[in-house]
Design a protein around this ligand. Structure first.
Ligand code: ADP
Length: 458
């Protein structure tokens, strides 16, 4: 109970001021009574005055003591209450016993004590006051109803004490209810925050799901476009082969010696198909096996480029596109899979030729740079608009969506190029302007430098 009582400073201070006021009023009344009874035959004024002054000194001293030692507050309060009763008793004894009005101060005293101390304490101090009144009544036989005051004082202590005990109990329950309310409130706030978080998460989840659905839709669209492009890509050279084959079957070899031209067209058409099949096989091999599919060797990029462009020279020449190599004196040493890097070079050069107008030049440049070995494929062809550049390395992406396309392609070439470069821990980038041309740059880690070379297949 004490803990709860002390936990509310305002209530505690109010109790304390009731006690102080009770004391001040009691002392004031006592001094007034002394003045009035100063010349009464039963009053011994000087000892009574000394008694009163000693009490005031004690009260002020006790207060100062408690201020310096707050831990002794309870003990001093009990001592003070006892001294209050004793002083009133002595004061009354010196000024006429029960005939002196001073002893009546025991009533406010017992009320003030019972307001703060609870039932048991009020009864203890009440018993002391009753004892003093009993003694005074024995000292004053002229006062026949003295013993009735004993009962009245005990009754005051009982009613005051039980009222204060009841109030403390009410207060304690209010504190407990308040504490419960606080904790319920905190739980509610926590639950509300949790619900808010769950709501946010659900909303984020929904947004992610929507994005994933959109991505899937887009992928699906690209995939069907890819299928139709690939079928078309296969159909064109196959139709050429079939047409020439049928002609030869029906008409026999042409008499004018143009058989070699016919055969060349058939072989080129076959090459186109083989090229596409190779690309598709490479793409699925890379996707499935990743680094496990690599057969790593120490390579000189100059030699690799020289041999990769051989099959493209004829195509370039027939289109009237000049193909030149600009390589440094020293080697461009990298560790990599020759077949995949060959594919990469051929893809970039093939695109450059494919998207260049007749009479232009495609340059394949090698550079030994401080951080990496670099290959650049530069053309002065149609170029790529800025809005397409971030997507051209995506799978199935074609700038014109394949609808107005007049050139071969299925939209997986640059995707494969990027995957090959990634497997070699390199990077690929493009600079391009529509109508001016494009430069594709590949940076590969130098052999023996940079991050560890990819894992070779056993
Ligand atoms: P495709 O096999 O259809 O050519 P790619 O993946 O190789 O597909 O290229 C994707 C797109 O990037 C192409 O549709 C093409 O429009 C564009 N592109 C690639 N290389 C070049 C280039 N050198 N010049 C202009 N556009 C290019």
């Amino acid at each position: 109970m004490g803990k709860d009582r002390l936990s509310d400073a305002a209530i505690y201070r109010r109790g304390e001021s009731i006690t102080i006021w009770a004391r001040v009023i009691s002392v004031g009344l006592a001094f007034l009574a002394l003045v009035l009874l100063w010349s009464s035959p039963k009053t011994r004024p000087l000892p009574a005055l000394l008694n009163g002054v000693a009490y005031v000194v004690f009260a002020v001293g006790a207060r100062a003591w408690v201020r310096r030692r707050p831990g002794s507050r309870r003990g001093v309060a009990v001592a003070h209450n006892v001294v209050d009763a004793a002083v009133v008793g002595l004061g009354a004894a010196f000024s006429g016993g029960l005939e002196s009005p001073i002893w009546l101060l025991l009533y406010p005293h017992v009320v003030a004590v019972s307001v703060r101390g609870g039932l048991r304490y009020a009864m203890a101090i009440g018993a002391l006051d009753a004892l003093i009144v009993g003694a005074l009544s024995l000292m004053t036989p002229s006062h026949p109803v003295g013993m009735l005051h004993v009962i009245a004082i005990l009754f005051c202590a009982f009613t005051g004490g039980s009222t204060s005990a009841y109030l403390y109990e009410v207060q304690r329950r209010l504190f407990a209810a308040n504490r419960e309310l606080h904790s319920k409130n905190a739980q509610l706030v926590l639950a509300a925050a949790r619900a808010g978080r769950a709501d946010d998460e659900a909303r984020e989840h929904l947004v992610r799901e929507k994005e994933a659905a959109l991505r899937l839709e887009e992928l699906d669209r690209l995939r069907s476009q890819y299928l139709s492009n690939v079928s078309h890509e296969f159909r064109t050279p196959l139709t050429v082969i079939r047409g020439y084959g049928e002609h030869l079957l029906n008409e026999g070899p042409p008499p004018d010696g143009s058989l070699s031209d016919v055969m060349r067209v058939i072989v080129e058409s076959c090459d186109q198909i083989i090229d596409m099949v190779d690309t598709l096989i490479e793409v699925s091999r890379i996707e499935q096996d990743g680094e496990r599919s690599l057969e790593v060797r120490l390579l000189d990029l100059r030699e690799l480029v020289a041999s990769s462009v051989v099959p493209l020279r004829l195509r370039a020449a027939r289109k009237g596109v000049e193909l030149t190599l600009e390589m440094p004196e020293g080697p461009l040493a990298v560790r990599g899979d020759p077949a995949l890097l060959d594919h990469l070079v051929r893809k970039l050069v093939d695109n450059a030729v494919k998207y260049s107008p007749p009479g232009s030049t495609v340059v394949v440049r090698g550079r030994d740079e401080p951080e990496a070995e670099t290959l650049e494929v530069e053309d002065s062809g149609i170029g790529i608009a800025a809005e397409h550049i971030p997507s051209i390395f995506d799978k199935f992406y074609m700038v014109d969506g394949g609808l107005t396309r007049r050139r071969r392609g299925a939209g997986v070439g640059l995707y494969m190029a990027r995957e090959i470069v990634k497997l070699h821990r390199g990077r690929i980038e493009v600079r391009s302007r529509p109508g001016e041309g494009s430069v594709f740059s590949v940076h590969l880690p130098r052999a023996g430098e940079g991050p560890a070379a990819p894992v070779a297949r056993a």
